[in-house]
Design a protein around this ligand. Sequence first.
Ligand SMILES: C[S@@+](CC[C@H](N)C(=O)[O-])C[C@H]1O[C@@H](n2cnc3c(N)ncnc32)[C@H](O)[C@@H]1O
Length: 326
Amino acid sequence: MEEADQLCLAAKSNDFKKVQTLITSGTDVSHFDGDGLTPLMHAAKTGNAEIISALLEAGAPWNALSPSNLSAGDFAMEAGHQEAFDLLLKTGIQSELILGTIARKETKNEYSNQEYLQDRVTFSEDKIMDNESKGVMMAWEKPLMEAHAKAICTNGGSILNVGFGMGLVDTAIQQYNPTKHTIIEAHPDVYKRMIESGWGEKENVRIVFGRWQDVVGELDECGYDGIFFDTYGEYYEDLWEFHQNLPKLLKADGVYSYFNGFCGSNAFFHVVYCNLVTLEIESLGFSTQLIPLPVKDCLGDEVWEGVKQKYWQLDTYYLPVCQFSE
Ligand SMILES: C[S@@+](CC[C@H](N)C(=O)[O-])C[C@H]1O[C@@H](n2cnc3c(N)ncnc32)[C@H](O)[C@@H]1O
């Protein structure tokens, strides 16, 4: 048997000494065995924290995926191995924090969703799709958007929403009669549709057409009582950049929330990102509460008919409620 397969077997059978010997002799720690599993996945299944630490220290990839798209963290989570899970989570967060810092240092010539904003989108009753048939916004999210609106409208007052999409969150925000309701939207087709459907004529609504990055300076200097952020085709880095504006955009007792859709097809990666955003937002002076909402019932297979990517496959959605820390 090849050494790398022996390493998988040693991890599977809790043989720490053998794992150590094989690591010391330079065995490939990122090897996939005949079942498509890495030594780290085997260790996560058995929950052996000592072996997991040794493998991680030797450079085993925490984010490798099995043939059924599960990572070591998913295996630890499924089996309820808390210590193993915590170790993998810590590694995932650290590694993504480092990657994020590197990405922020790189100079970008263009922005993340330039192509999306220049291409046409198509509208139907239950979704908006981009020109690659990916769902920009889908009606199954309506209960989530209503819950976000409820959270950010807790104090009434002046509300800001970034990204109109199907107008689900904005329709829900209107139910709370905000004194002012500002909406930023960057896609020309979506903007046109907003105007055609009368959003520009609502007394308390101000529409700001453009990318939030370009128009953030035109916003209300007094700040907002509630803010929601949900764009499309942008990355974690863009959300991070938006968050840098929060301290000046949100009133002292205001409530901020964002669409928490990072890594919506993998439960463990999603937990990593929930923690990452919470940590980074904490460094800006905010505390975050994640409210679990079951979504399994809104998501039958028929929802995804004709849509290229199932961007959400998890049973629970964690709605973030962020406020300035006391
Ligand atoms: C997922 S949809 C928002 C859905 C919305 N929350 C709802 O309830 O229907 C994302 C929207 O953000 C817009 N968008 C994408 N990038 C943007 C940016 N940089 N600034 C402003 N809007 C942007 C997209 O055109 C799209 O309409």
